[in-house]
Design a protein around this ligand. Sequence first.
Ligand code: LLP
Length: 409
Amino acid sequence: MFRYHDGRLLCESVDLRQIAEVAGTPCYVYSAGSIRDRYREYDFAFRDLPHTICYAAKANSTLAVLHLLAELGSGFDIVSGGELYRVLKAGGDPSKIVFSGVGKTAAEIEFAIESGIHSFNCESEAELEIIDGLGAGRKVNVAIRVNPDVNAATHPYISTGLTAHKFGIDIRRAEHIYAHAARLPNLRAVGISCHIGSQMLDTAPMVEAARKILALVERLRAAGHQLRYMDLGGGLGIAYRPEESSPQIFRFVEPLYDELLAGGLEIFVEPGRSIVGAAGMLLTRVLYRKHTPSKEFVIVDAAMNDLIRPALYGSHHEILPLEQSEEVSVVDVVGPVCETGDFFARDRELAGARTGSLLAVAAVGAYGFAQSSNYNSRPRAAEVLVDGDHWRVVRERETFEDLTRGERV
Ligand code: LLP
């Protein structure tokens, strides 16, 4: 969806330079077509299995992105009252919402029950008790999030499936917990869920985790529990480097397909990054070039407050000039924030990075804007959605007044 044509970088049919000039920089740009394609790939991979794709709103919770997915019939995986508010505002169907997370507050749980969400993914016994207490007079669907003790082999900050992690309930205790849940009057423990980590380029650990859960489902059924659905979580990675390739969605589903069909459960999935990650770019303008005895810096107008992934996870993002150029140099691309950790690339061979020129940081549709902040009192960037040959600003750039909203001296 992003490609060069006549030396200019396009998103679908729109010249990104036009967007940068009208909407200003830094600016996030998303391709609607790319998001739709990835959603449909999931839908297609599950074919005849009864399934609901619950897009993980945390990856990108911009209303226009949520709305686009809601229109396709997507469900949503949420982790806070704020995400629930956004999804409902974007037109999401509450009956297709699952609520995950280790620290749901009573207020969030009540809001979700009142909104009529599909179910809660419960992460502890204490949480089961709280939901049971708040669900009085109703039967609230819950899935126990089981921690299958499978190593996701990804960055340690986004790996969640080992017993050393705060997530889920140890698989060895699951039968005991289901027995306990069955005695709670206001719950219906009819689901089971798992999520072992994010940015997995190898689908084998996801398949292994799903098999462990399927085996557990058999044991639970033998003990008399009526399980109806299974939530496989999210976690499928995307290619951030040119030498990487994005795992195909069907490669994760296909080895499990027959087992899942035989299990007779409705399937849920919670993909975030694999739906929106590759669909976004961050446009930024080169403010200065600067030499030191050991480095050549390209200082751009976007910073770690706009995109924290390189600083937080040491993650790699390709950087492309909006106009192709033969002028290549090895540089560090850095932002204006007062931290050495404020970088987008180090010792990178980069073309076309003259003062004043425009660059695009690639594959930032997931966990890009969603993790942005006002650090250094920088207003957050604008966001643009491209659809074919149309584009529109779907979030205005913040103003200085926005920065101090709600503050008192
Ligand atoms: N379900 C649950 C319960 C999750 O915790 C997550 C992500 C997902 C689904 C969606 O995972 P995905 O399909 O997007 O991998 N900020 C980090 C990623 C944090 C992921 C947190 N949980 C990053 O920028 O890489």
